[in-house]
Design a protein. Structure first.
Lengths: 151, 553
């Protein structure tokens, strides 16, 4: 399985955050397909399609970066619905949010998220978090060369 | 009853006396009738005696007359000698008769009778004298005889009159006795009836005036004993009504006392109800306050997180800008760009643009720190502590260890007391409390003298608490500032050390959540001592320490 084949789906209502995440992942030389969904409802609609990740031999699947605080349907609800549906239950989910309330984190793990990452205000810390989550999943292909992402 | 006021004694006297009086009157009357009857009988005998006496006189006169005539006829001369003795006897008889009828009109008649009898006897004497003198022819003359017979006739008539009158008198007396007997009979019946009536009246009077009222009185006595309502007052003006009035007065006083007692009880109930309401109100207010506090903390928490989101953008894009500036700088250094322009652009990028970016980043960092502090503070109010017996020394030693570089830098030292009692608290909470206090002590040391910081325990007023202190010889706190010391975001020595002014507010909140309190004594320019009072572990306290309320948000 190669990470390049994995589609990264970013569910984030804040345009700024979405831009920053995408720019920095790109700068980290991730070449995966990026799909941005603006809120929880869009995510639910997307995952209700017959084959949301287009999983096949050529496309091994997708990875979801999910924000918690979103209007209409929040990230926790999206996570709950995804894990409740056998079709989407196996998709890895990374919660990416500003909330560091232990109870919230506990709840997300109980619902079955793979990783919980707090969005730090410090930019470097944020980039570090994104890189760490890639490493954790062992799907992120760190560039051999390049200056982006590290200071 | 009429308006005659009689006591029971008088009533009783009346009840007994009245029939007695009536009976006495009856007896007197009866006695009188009997007397009269006896009198009448005597009178009847008297009448018969009178009549007999009259007849005796008459017979004597007639007898003497007859004997005289016989003597005249026989010429018995000696006859005349015993006439005076007869005459004497007749006189006596007449006197007796007169005395017998001296009470009525017969006296005159008796005297006349006597006189006539006397005359007759005188005639007899004269005849006998004539006889003695031998004139017997004269005596035998018709004239002479006629004189004697006339006198006899007169005497007979008088006798008849006398007897008739006596009989009339006798009849009258008899009628009177009969009448009296009849009266006595009627009076007897009347007395019998009257007795029954009087007895009945007395009975009625007794039952209505005394027995009935006595019953009411007895009932009232029982009612009074049972605290029931009394019957209406029994009227009258005797001992019964007096006792009844006393009962009513007592009942009324009892009722008054009852009313007073009921009033007191009502007041008591009202007060206790009011108290209970107040208590309920207070509990509700307390509950509301707790709810409000929780709500506030939840609000602070949620707002802080919402504020973080734009900060991520600000910080992120300022970094992006910095990166772009770097790219621009690199591009500017391209040889194709004229050196003058190169210099101008590089100056612009390195100077004003980068300065602006740095200001933005500093501001963002500061905002982020404030938000983090807020989050810490709100979490201290929401987190649930697991209290347990905790040894303070390892915690303090760990804190001192982490402060070593600062201590070295300032040439200061921290001394821990040899005796540190255990406490009922969660270790992480103790770390927050003493971490903040010791860090503050180090941060606000006076540059004028070597820093000396002590931590230990003092005696507590409350046997269920332990009291720790952290003492420094640092800058100290002005008295005016002391009230604001434990309020969030209040900083006194803003320029001395970095911080958001959250430390002491956090300490107070955590200590209070553990069921303790924190206080400070300070002299500006001399140093400060912070006191932390916390519950003793339950085993050693010997009494149950109040557990921290388990709160969930």
């Amino acid at each position: 399985m190669s990470f390049e084949a994995v589609n990264i789906i970013l569910v984030e209502d804040d345009d700024g955050h979405a831009t920053l995440i995408e720019r920095n992942l790109r700068r980290a030389a991730l070449t995966n397909n990026f799909l941005r969904l603006k809120d929880g409802q869009e995510a639910l609609d997307y995952f209700s399609k017959p084959d949301p990740c287009g999983k096949s031999e050529l496309t091994p699947g997708c990875l979801v970066l999910l924000d918690i605080k979103m209007p209409r349907v929040d990230g926790v609800e999206v996570l709950r619905r995804m894990k409740a549906n056998p079709k989407t239950a196996t998709i890895p989910v990374i919660m990416l949010t500003t909330t560091d309330d232990p109870r919230e984190i506990e709840r997300c793990y109980q619902l079955g998220c793979n990783v919980y990452v707090t969005k730090p205000v410090e930019y470097e810390a944020f980039l570090e978090a994104v890189k760490r989550l890639g490493l954790f999943l062992q799907v992120v292909k760190l560039p051999v060369t390049g200056t982006a992402g590290t200071s | 009853m009429p308006a005659i006021h009689l006591t029971i004694f008088r009533k009783g006297l009346l009840l007994v006396g009245l029939p007695m009086l009536i009976q006495l009157a009856f007896l007197i009357f009866l006695f009188h009738v009997q007397n009269e009857t006896r009198n009448a009988e005597q009178w009847a005998i008297h009448t018969r005696d009178v009549m007999e006496q009259t007849r005796v006189i008459y017979r004597r006169a007639i007898d003497t007359m007859a004997r005289t005539q016989g003597a005249l006829i026989n010429g018995d001369v000696k006859f005349g000698s015993h006439i005076p003795s007869v005459r004497q006897q007749v006189d006596q008889d007449v006197d007796q008769l007169v005395s017998m009828v001296s009470d009525n009109e017969q006296v005159e008649r008796a005297r006349k009778l006597g006189a006539n009898a006397d005359a007759l006897l005188n005639w007899c004497i004269s005849q006998s004298k004539l006889l003695e003198s031998g004139q017997s022819r004269t005596l035998a003359s018709a004239e002479s005889r006629r004189g004697g017979e006339e006198m006899i006739a007169t005497l007979g008539a008088q006798l008849d009159n006398m007897l008739a009158d006596e009989e009339r008198l006798d009849r009258e007396r008899l009628a009177r006795v009969t009448l009296l007997g009849k009266l006595a009979y009627e009076f007897l019946i009347g007395a019998a009836v009257g007795s029954v009536v009087v007895a009945g009246a007395a009975l009625w009077l007794f039952s209505s005036s005394i027995a009935g009222r006595l019953n009411v009185l007895a009932g009232n006595a029982n009612r009074l004993a049972d605290r029931r309502t009394l019957a209406p007052p029994v009227g009258g003006h005797d001992e019964i009504s007096t006792v009844d009035q006393a009962f009513h007065a007592a009942a009324s006083r009892l009722t008054d006392a009852d009313v007073v007692e009921r009033n007191y009880r009502q007041q008591l109930e009202q007060r206790s109800t009011a108290l209970a309401e107040l208590n309920t109100g207070l509990t509700r207010v307390n509950e509301e306050l707790r709810f409000k506090t929780q709500e506030n903390e939840t609000f602070v928490y949620s707002v802080s997180h919402d504020l973080r989101s734009p900060l991520v953008n600000l910080q992120g894009f300022s970094k992006e800008l910095a990166r772009s500036c770097e790219d621009l700088r690199t591009a500017t250094l391209n040889p194709s760009v004229p050196p003058a322009q190169q210099k101008q652009l590089v100056e612009l990028v390195d100077g004003e643009i980068m300065e602006s970016i740095r200001f933005i980043q500093t501001a963002v960092s500061r905002s982020s720190n404030i938000i983090d502090s807020l989050l810490r503070l709100s979490r201290a109010g929401r987190v649930e502590y697991k209290r347990q017996r905790t040894e303070l020394r390892p915690i303090l030693e760990r804190i001192v260890g982490s402060l070593q570089s600062s201590l070295r830098e300032r040439g200061a030292q921290i001394t821990l007391a040899s005796e540190l009692p255990d406490v009922d608290a969660e270790p992480s909470a103790l770390e927050q409390i003493f971490g903040n206090l010791l860090t503050n002590a180090v941060n606000y040391l006076s540059p004028d003298r070597p820093g000396r910081i002590e931590a230990g325990a003092t005696s507590s007023d409350d046997p269920n608490s332990v009291r720790y202190f952290v003492r420094d010889n640092g800058l100290g706190i002005p008295t005016a500032y002391l009230p604001k010391l434990f309020v969030a975001f209040q900083r006194l020595h803003g320029q001395v050390a970095p911080g958001e002014g959250i430390g002491l507010a956090l300490v107070r909140r955590v200590v209070e959540r553990l069921g303790g309190n924190v206080s400070v004594e300070s002299t500006e320019g001399m140093g400060s001592t912070f006191y932390v009072t916390l519950p003793k572990p339950i085993e050693s306290a010997g009494a149950s320490a109040s557990p921290v309320a388990a709160e969930s948000v």
